[in-house]
Design a protein around this ligand. Sequence first.
Ligand code: TYM
Length: 349
Amino acid sequence: MINQKQQTSFYLRRLMDMNKKIVMSGIRPTGFLHLGNYFGAVKNYVRLQDEFECYFMVADLHSLTTHPDTKELKINVQRVLSENIACGLDPEKVALYCQSHVHETAELYLYLTMLAYKGELEKTTTFKDKVRLQPENINAGLLTYPVLQTADIILHRASYVPVGKDQEQHLEMARNFANRFNHRYGDVFPEPQAFNFGDELVKVPSLDGAGKMSKSENQFATLYLSDDDELIRKKVMKAKTDSGPTVPNSSKPDYIENIFGLMKLVSSPEVISKFEEDYNNCTIRYGDMKKQLGEDMVKFISPIREKADAIRNNEQYLKEVMEKGAEKARKSARATMELVREVMGLNYF
Ligand code: TYM
């Protein structure tokens, strides 16, 4: 049996080893997971879990900035956990935990708020969006949202953060805050980078051609991992199209590009090239294309939905996953915070 002091020194040594790259990311429990969450984030989590030390969490504290009512929170947290596991995340390999279970997050968040400036926080795109969407609740948590996100990431001294394109600005801010801390107090944190296996971060568009798929807005234009087969087909059939191109090899309008983009996520290369050809020689039938896309989406989503349903019904299992995940995350967090307090000069005895 190793004692806590030995354990901490093990983690400190491990944290000092800059070659060991750590991965961290999170998802807010504000609704059902959708195709954007899958292709922007969870798919990469699964691919990273064998190679890296990974911390993946349900960002329940972040959800309070927009959803202060906590009645549904437990069920939503369980849903996100189940869906992550159903997508292939293995709680034995990674730390899968809930943000509010790791109290060190709040301490680091507090220190970082003193290094974040009002002007830069007010300029954040997501803050400006939220001010527009909820003018009656522009709380300080919304303003400092990127600071809390930075605390989540650097608490584990993570280098890679698998996220979708919408999180690019938050990651840039995380780098700024981490660098500011390092310059002021001492080199503790690596620079976290947004990560995707492809060249670019992913943005899964909504089916109506306006914006991206989203947990709480745009629900009929978003494909959720919990949608039943009929609903998937119905949503895809409603996707915006037009009467088709009249000039061979013409460029595609955004909403048609989006349908091809969605097809590239779930359909076979043969299917995609058939419809590309049909488009280029002006024989494309969008009805047929959407029918095919609907079937391919059903094939992709239904096994995840069924697995997630089964996991969600096993409350005891989910409780164990959360406890174990929190335990792993706390160990890493404690070690970082010892370093943080030390370089900040807060250890008075
Ligand atoms: P959230 O909950 O909005 O989204 C979770 C993940 O899904 C990605 N995503 C998308 N990717 C591609 N296309 C889309 N349409 C799409 N919609 C969502 C997001 O980029 C994200 O990776 N602030 C974060 C949660 C968070 C976090 C963190 C993330 C809290 N702490 C620390 C990383 C590290 C958010 O609101 O994600």
